[in-house]
Design a protein around this ligand. Structure first.
Ligand code: NOJ
Length: 505
């Protein structure tokens, strides 16, 4: 008997005997999608192969010493092996993104046949294994040429270029793709990339922590965010006019959503939490659902917040068939002077929001603690305040030090806690339709390079072959999906003592 199967049997016995509040895959509807995610720059590698040109993420990563995505997991060459791992795990869906510069190397204009072939092959391979592709069009990797030409997302010209890129994707891949996310975690993308300077392209106001060559932290996040909403709406309109009837897919925008809860039961903290929700969720959701920015933001930002024309407002309103949620952890909110959660600078979004955020789980930026009740709160808030939109949890997972220890028990506890939270939310009426673990395998991480990772498969980044090895989380998720284990809030020491077979490399 393989050590892997042996482990399952151990787990089944332990879990079947030790529980309360158990749930199984069968407690979710059959069409609820369970999957896992990666993104192009973080997974593919082959950065300058077959006609791909640099994105702002290549430029950004090469200017820091956190490593880069030149080779990453080598997914470009190993996609077939990875799809096989997904199929063996029982994944129903795989979320990945399309590298704009692999498909259209100059940002606009001619299509790269080899890039096109890669994504067609990947999608075919997924479909061949019965795995639903969930495609993100934009995941931090703007063509460097467009950044150089006009400043990328802070210029309205991006709307036309993004829509043309989306058009190619819908036309070429749309017969086999039913789920499209236009922009990954648009909210935190605008903040981190155009306010804090910690994500590509690294814009921020001059400050003593980060060497940003360009930027204005008090205006650019709002400008970039505005253009993202318009670009999303424009791509969505195109999809609906030209493709939807035939292709029958859905298109949504994704936002980053912390759990938010008042620090005390004082009126002040309650109001501060509402303000934080307006800034962190309402900024994008209010326009998508109701056609305009939240009043709290208009009042605070004045002319720094762009204004939608009537026509734009109509176009943005209703442009998301679903809301994608990227969720990792929860903060308590109190009505004190603000501080950035990126402990870098404090001149932009977080100062404007004007609240103080205290981690609910002693989390550092690189070590999110599980607080599943926070996700339940987000889903309840979206249900109540934004007309209960269809939701996909597009990312959720636990960062841990990247090493060869395969017993990622905290990650297993984290994931099962959050899946339980999603189930509770659904029972309470949330229209949540899918859940994706970040990440399918260890990848080049956005904020931490190769030092921390979220993967259910360990990747040996020192090995030229980038060998993959399953962690406990992979076996756990697989067992859950295949219905061979009940999920319960099990005791981690039991889990640990029964995971003896393949505990490290
Ligand atoms: C956010 C981003 O979408 C992804 O690129 C990143 O690696 C993970 N979440 C973890 O920070």
């Amino acid at each position: 008997m393989k050590p892997f199967s042996q482990f399952f049997i151990f787990l089944v016995i332990v879990l079947a005997t030790s529980y309360i509040d158990a749930f199984t895959r069968n407690d979710f509807s059959e069409d609820f999608l369970f999957g896992a995610a990666t993104s192009a720059y973080q997974w593919e590698g082959a950065a300058d192969e077959d006609g791909r040109t640099p994105s702002v993420w290549d430029t950004f990563s090469h200017s820091y010493d956190t490593g880069n995505g030149d080779v990453a997991c080598d997914g470009y060459h190993q996609y077939k092996e990875d799809v096989k791992l997904m199929a063996d795990m029982g994944l129903q869906a795989f979320r990945f993104s399309i590298s704009w510069t692999r498909l259209i190397p100059n940002g606009r204009g001619p299509i790269n046949p080899k890039g096109l072939l890669f994504y067609k092959n990947l999608i075919k391979e997924l479909r061949g294994h019965g795995i639903e592709p969930h495609v993100t069009l934009y995941h931090y990797d703007l063509p460097q040429s467009l950044e150089d030409e006009y400043g990328g997302w802070i210029n309205r010209k991006i709307i036309e270029d993004f829509t043309a890129f989306a058009d190619v994707c819908f036309r070429e891949f749309g017969d086999d793709v039913k789920l499209w996310t236009t922009i990954n975690e648009a909210t935190i993308f605008a903040i981190a990339s155009y306010g804090e300077g910690v994500a590509p392209p690294g814009h921020c106001s001059p400050n003593k922590f980060i060497n940003c060559s360009t930027g204005n932290s008090s205006t650019e996040p709002y400008l970039a965010g505005h253009n993202m909403l318009l670009a999303h709406a424009s791509a969505s309109k195109l999809y609906k006019l030209k493709y939807k009837i035939k292709q029958r897919g859905s298109i949504g925008l994704s936002i980053f959503a912390f759990g938010l809860s008042p620090y005390t039961n004082s009126k002040d903290d309650e109001i501060a939490t509402q303000r934080a929700k307006a800034f962190l969720f309402g900024w994008m959701l209010k326009p998508l659902v109701f056609g305009d920015y939240p009043d709290e933001m208009k009042r605070t930002l004045g002319s720094r917040l762009p204004v939608f024309s009537e026509e734009e407002s109509e176009q943005v309103k209703g442009s998301s068939d679903f809301v994608g949620i990227i969720h990792y952890t929860t903060f308590y909110v109190t009505n004190r002077a603000s501080a950035s959660i990126f402990p870098i600078m404090n001149q932009g979004f977080f100062k404007d929001m004007g609240v103080y955020m205290i981690s609910a789980g002693n989390s550092s930026l690189f070590e999110w603690e599980a607080t599943p009740w926070g996700l339940e709160g987000v889903l309840e808030h979206l249900k109540q305040s934004y007309n209960n939109p269809p939701i996909y949890i597009l990312e959720n997972g636990k960062p841990m030090k990247h090493d060869s220890m395969l017993q990622d028990i905290p990650r297993v506890e984290y994931i099962q806690g959050y899946i339980g939270a999603v189930l509770n939310a659904i029972k309470n009426g949330s229209d949540t339709r899918g859940y994706f673990v970040w990440s399918m395998i260890d990848v080049y991480e956005l904020l931490s390079g190769y030092t921390t990772s979220f993967g259910m498969y360990y990747v040996n980044f020192s090995d030229p072959g980038r060998k993959r090895s399953p962690k406990l989380s992979a076996s756990w998720y697989s067992g859950f999906l295949n219905g061979t284990i009940d999920v319960v809030s099990q005791d981690s020491t039991q889990l640990q003592s029964n995971f003896s077979a393949s505990s490290s490399l």
